[in-house]
Design a protein around this ligand. Structure first.
Ligand code: G3I
Length: 348
């Protein structure tokens, strides 16, 4: 898992930046005009999930730092990266990305403390019963959040705990400890850094539907138990040909906001099949504009994060064969119609 080449490349980039005492990002390239500044004037943070292996590429980092005020490590703070062995934590990747964020006046969103996927293999063997599972979760969350105390603004504490069809996901964590693992993760994170905002994050919960109803019920229960939760992350991984109703997305956001919670769009991408024709790109741009309009006007939204900077490094191609084109920039980091639609909206 530890990519030596990426580490060497990164160390050189960070050392150079440190030596120059300038943010790593150069001037905006390829027609990019700095979405983050326009969004900030509207009180909105724009974020992007960053691909660590691209962080040695100055054009990539220029676009990241020029267009966004938040970064989310796409993978490098997940359990199998940061806590791959029981006795040890690997801070290299998270610390490197934090250094980049700080050098460029950005904030970092920690992703994700407890998730059923990409869990280190040792956990399964060590979590022999409820108490041992809860101790593992508490130690994991408190150690990581304490390491980044005062430096990570938001945490995705529990990721994808609601099942797609009924109830909650039958993960190792849930099967051993019921919902207690969720409560304990949030309590440990709060105790480790009272200033960090703590989120529960999920997909296919963006509009009002049975799954988001289950998430809503779970969150209401957490609040009733006094669990320290600050917000809900709506991932928003969408298919251009199966978009949810934006009216329903707005209503869903506002019902969570009515609970006193922040609501973030945390992993937005809008994929489509087939060639990137002008028509398809225009339709994608319209869809991106619609969700940004909701984010700008619905109560409770504090940030919108896109899941990947450009079409050349998006997870979509591997996860959805035949699909692509899901992000704001093309694979040469040039703005697509979706980017221009956001720029126009944010300039208004
Ligand atoms: O780094 C290794 C590389 O060394 C190895 O050669 C290669 C082939 O095995 O795998 C590489 O790791 C891959 C990793 O991405 C980094 O590229 C993993 O196989 C691959 O599974 C992993 O996929 C990530 C996925 O989460 C894992 O479930 C995606 O990049 C990432 O975008 C995606 O993000 C998730 C969010 O965290 C949660 N919400 C859903 C979203 C999409 O699944």
């Amino acid at each position: 898992m530890k990519n030596i080449a990426a580490r060497i490349r990164w160390c050189l980039a960070v050392a150079l930046a440190a030596a120059l005492a300038f943010p790593i990002a150069a001037e905006p390239n390829d027609g990019l005009q700095g979405l983050r500044a326009y969004a900030a004037k509207k009180g909105l943070d724009l974020g992007v999930a960053v691909n660590f292996k691209q962080m040695g590429n100055a054009r990539y980092t220029a676009a990241v730092a020029g267009e966004f005020s938040y970064i989310t490590p796409e993978n490098e703070m997940k359990w199998e990266y940061i806590h791959s062995l029981p006795e040890g934590y690997d801070w290299f990747f998270g610390d490197s990305l934090l250094a980049f964020a700080q050098a460029n006046g950005m904030k970092l969103r920690g992703h994700a403390l407890v998730w059923h996927s990409q869990v280190a293999r040792w956990v399964q063997d060590a979590a022999v019963d409820k108490e041992s599972l809860l101790k593992i979760v508490r130690d994991h969350c408190s150690t990581i959040v304490a390491h980044y105390r005062g430096k990570v603004a938001k945490w995705d504490v529990a990721n994808e705990v609601v099942d797609d069809k009924e109830g909650l996901r039958q993960s190792l964590f849930y099967l051993k400890a019921g919902t207690d693992f969720i409560d304990e993760a949030f309590k440990a994170a709060r105790a480790a850094d009272p200033a960090a905002l703590l989120y529960i994050n999920d997909y296919s919960v963006e509009d009002i539907c049975p799954k988001s109803d289950r998430l809503y019920a779970l969150v209401k229960g957490m609040l009733a138990r006094g669990v320290p939760i600050d917000g809900v992350g709506l991932q928003s991984h969408w298919d251009l040909d199966a978009l949810p109703s934006m009216a329903s997305v707005r209503a869903n956001i506002e019902r969570f906001a009515a609970l006193g919670l922040k609501v973030d769009i945390t992993e937005l991408d809008i994929r489509f099949k087939g060639p990137a024709s002008d028509e398809r790109l225009a339709a994608q741009a319209a869809a991106y504009a619609e969700v940004l309009k909701v984010a700008l006007t619905a109560k409770g939204v504090s940030s919108v994060t896109v899941w990947g900077l450009d079409d050349g490094h998006s997870w979509i191609r591997n996860a959805f064969p035949g699909y692509a084109n899901a992000t704001l920039l093309d694979k040469s980091y040039a703005p697509k119609p979706a980017y221009r639609a956001w720029l126009e909206l944010l300039k208004q």
